[in-house]
Design a protein around this ligand. Structure first.
Ligand SMILES: Cc1cc2nc3c(=O)[nH]c(=O)nc-3n(C[C@H](O)[C@H](O)[C@H](O)COP(=O)(O)O)c2cc1C
Length: 218
């Protein structure tokens, strides 16, 4: 986590606004890092494309891992173009990953971030389920893991979801809290995924030695 790296490239946003301050924090810590970006099946998957682009602009190596449901919302081609890398979508892909993508991808990663993290991914991660590439990779990861939940307010408020989130926090998984606002279900409420700039800022903060969001764990 604290290995020497090339100095980050700057992005041109004024530091006077909240987003400008986030951008300033992002620019110093990200360059040269390797991030696996997990994308699950929620409407907020389009924001993951913006996150991928933001990270790549800061010289982060990004490999996108899309669930089958994610591909209902966003295309593989978008992430391949934005990251400049093939997108991983399958657990069994011996031609590309003889050892399994769940092993090879996390071995090279400094951090795994899942954005959006669906109720399903959260549940699987909380119980150690591993029935596709993303869930298996989360189980195999030895680097820090952060999830950015996104879902309908009723789903986010469900005791089952909150239990799973608390379980993950106790297990040392970082949770980037969703905000409140206009949701794809056409209601105001909690469950809106954090904005890509805020997620990038959290990643930079953790790379800078900060604790994982909500866990207090290194
Ligand atoms: C239009 C639509 C939007 C959805 N949005 C979300 C969402 O924002 N969050 C969520 O947890 N599930 C959402 N779902 C349900 C997930 O896609 C579903 O639970 C799926 O099994 C998740 O698979 P994954 O976790 O493997 O990506 C949505 C489903 C549909 C049809």
């Amino acid at each position: 986590m604290s290995r020497p790296r090339p100095v980050g490239r700057s992005i041109s946003m004024p530091p006077s606004s909240d987003s400008g301050r986030e951008a300033a924090a992002v620019e110093t810590e990200l360059a040269g890092r390797e991030v696996v970006l997990g994308v699950a099946g929620g409407v907020a998957a389009y924001k993951a494309a913006m996150l991928a682009s933001l990270l790549v602009k800061q010289s982060v190596g990004v490999t996108a891992v899309l669930t089958e449901s994610a591909m209902q919302f966003v295309g593989e081609a978008t992430f391949a173009a934005l990251t400049g890398r093939p997108v991983a979508t399958r657990l069994f892909d011996p031609g590309r990953y003889p050892l399994g993508g769940h092993i090879e991808l996390v071995t090279a990663a400094d951090l795994v971030v899942v954005a959006p993290a669906t109720a399903d991914v959260i549940a699987k991660a909380a119980m150690g389920g591993a029935d596709d590439l993303l869930s298996t990779l989360l189980l195999a990861a030895e680097c820090p893991v952060m999830l950015a939940p996104a879902m309908n307010a009723a789903m986010w408020a469900k005791p089952a979801v909150q239990r799973n989130v608390s379980r993950l926090v106790a297990d040392g998984v970082g949770i980037i809290e969703p905000g409140s606002g206009w949701l794809a279900c056409r209601r105001e409420g909690a469950g809106r995924m954090a904005e890509p700039e805020a997620i990038a800022a959290e990643i930079a903060r953790v790379f800078g030695g900060g604790t994982l969001p909500r866990t207090g764990a290194k």
